[in-house]
Design a protein around this ligand. Structure first.
Ligand code: URA
Length: 443
């Protein structure tokens, strides 16, 4: 069996399936033993590119996922009661703040939700960047603080520690700068290795489809959702995916502090944008059903809606924020930072909002400073878009299509141009598009 790096790279370059032994050798070579990793960055990048071009079958992808999971610590949640350990993961979108509401809803319905989340990637926002807009919020708490948060709130939204799937951490950094991110098997193994290492009992995936999705073509977005479900199941983790619409900003805001403010309004019942409500309840219900906390989807949805409407989920969110170092009264005074410049984006003509290029809107937020141009950049939590008009909204000439929140006048003026270019106004409304396109159940 060929297990030297150059032999494994050549095998994939020539279109062969890698054996589990070869995959294990690669992953072991990514993690430094005694300070030196056996595979150089160049070798890891060459294999990543060979995988992008040649693909991997399901068995290879399962082997890669499991090897990356085993590359670090596997978390266990003993001493926190016998609640099922559940989580949701989105493939990434614009304005996607669902995790902020779903985690406390599902916790209120009886689950333990240790949600290991990520930062913004490309045009998509990251849950940790959003929560860190709350002054003091610690996304990498010490183990004791994390446990205390889970005991009190039932949920904790945190980042992956350095000990969780370290092979993915190294490979991801290499992929990020070698044009090897967009690969269904590599994305699948990257996402699932962290989820499997988080010791979950069941996982629901939100497979985003549309102009703001990471995989731009609908077919590839569906392929990714199918791969995530089948590989999770192949690795022993019960999983399902909902395919949900990302052809427009989800909810009314995009940008870190603005999205947290919308999430708090949603939880407290001040404002629940209908598509965001549908997406949140559908995913929460799917997870409660899959995790055995409800006998069917109807009962699961009723339980999720009750957790939200009673205010109990909002209370859990507040307890999570306080336990992780954020403001003590997140529902009353979240102390979110505010941008100094707020400017409307006036509709260039009367009509209906007919289309949004959600990716371009996400990039406008990045350009405002709300996301990163390069890994390691700081994000400006204050900036972004709010009051974004949903598809089908009738607008008068000059009426705001959204408001830009910016650090200065020049950035605001540029963002206004970008938003105008990303939104189409027509005389007729577009056809209604469902929020949930379908469900991927796998085996
Ligand atoms: N998110 C991840 O964690 N990994 C990927 O490869 C892509 C998105």
């Amino acid at each position: 069996m060929a297990v030297l790096p150059q032999q494994i790279i050549a095998a994939k370059r020539d279109g062969h399936a890698l054996s589990a032994v070869q995959v294990d050798a690669f992953v072991a070579g990514l993690v430094a033993e005694g300070g030196v990793a056996a595979w150089s960055d160049a070798q890891a990048a060459a294999l990543a590119m060979a995988i992008v071009l040649r693909g991997m079958d399901r068995a290879e992808t399962v082997a890669l996922t499991q090897a990356m999971t085993r590359s670090g610590e596997i978390l266990r949640w003993r001493g926190l009661g016998d609640r099922p350990v559940l989580d949701k993961h989105s493939t990434g979108g614009v304005g996607d703040k669902v995790s902020l509401m779903l985690a406390p809803i599902v916790a209120e319905c009886g689950a333990l939700v240790p949600m290991v989340s990520g930062r913004g990637l490309g045009h998509t926002g990251g849950t940790l960047d959003k929560l860190e807009a709350l002054p003091g919020y610690q996304a990498d708490p010490a183990r004791g603080r994390l446990h205390a948060c889970l005991l009190d709130a039932g949920c904790a939204i945190v980042g992956a520690s350095a000990t969780l799937a370290p092979a993915d951490r190294r490979l991801y950094a290499i992929r990020d700068v070698t044009a090897t991110v967009e690969s269904v098997p590599l994305v699948t193994a990257s996402i699932l290795s962290k989820k499997l290492a988080a010791g979950l009992g069941a996982l629901v995936l939100d497979g985003k489809v549309g102009s703001g999705a990471v995989m731009r073509e609908p077919q590839r977005a569906r392929e990714l959702a199918g791969s995530l479900v089948e590989v999770a199941q192949g690795a022993g983790l019960p999983a399902r995916a909902l395919l949900t619409d990302m052809d427009q900003v989800l909810g009314r805001t995009a940008g870190n502090a603005l999205e947290v403010r919308e999430a708090i309004g949603f939880l407290t019942g001040t404002d629940r944008e209908p598509r965001l409500l549908e997406c949140t309840l559908a995913l929460a219900a799917e997870l409660l059903h899959l995790g055995g906390l409800a006998p069917d989807r109807t009962a699961a949805r009723t339980a999720a809606a009750r957790a939200l409407d009673s205010g109990a989920a909002a209370e859990r969110f507040a307890r999570m924020v306080a336990a992780l170092g954020g403001p003590r009264d997140a529902l009353g005074d979240a102390r979110l930072p505010v941008a100094p410049v707020v400017r409307p984006v006036p509709a260039p003509q009367a009509g209906f909002v007919a289309a949004q290029d959600a990716r371009a809107l996400g990039m406008a937020v990045v350009a405002l400073g709300g996301g990163r141009r390069r890994g390691g950049d700081a994000v400006d939590p204050r900036v972004g878009l709010d009051a974004v008009r949903a598809l089908g909204t009738r607008v008068a000439h000059g009426e705001p299509l959204a408001f830009v929140h910016a650090a200065d006048e020049a950035a605001a003026a540029q963002a206004v141009v970008e938003v105008l270019a990303a939104v189409r106004i027509d005389a007729l409304p577009p056809e209604d598009a469902p929020v949930v396109h379908g469900c991927v159940e796998g085996r």
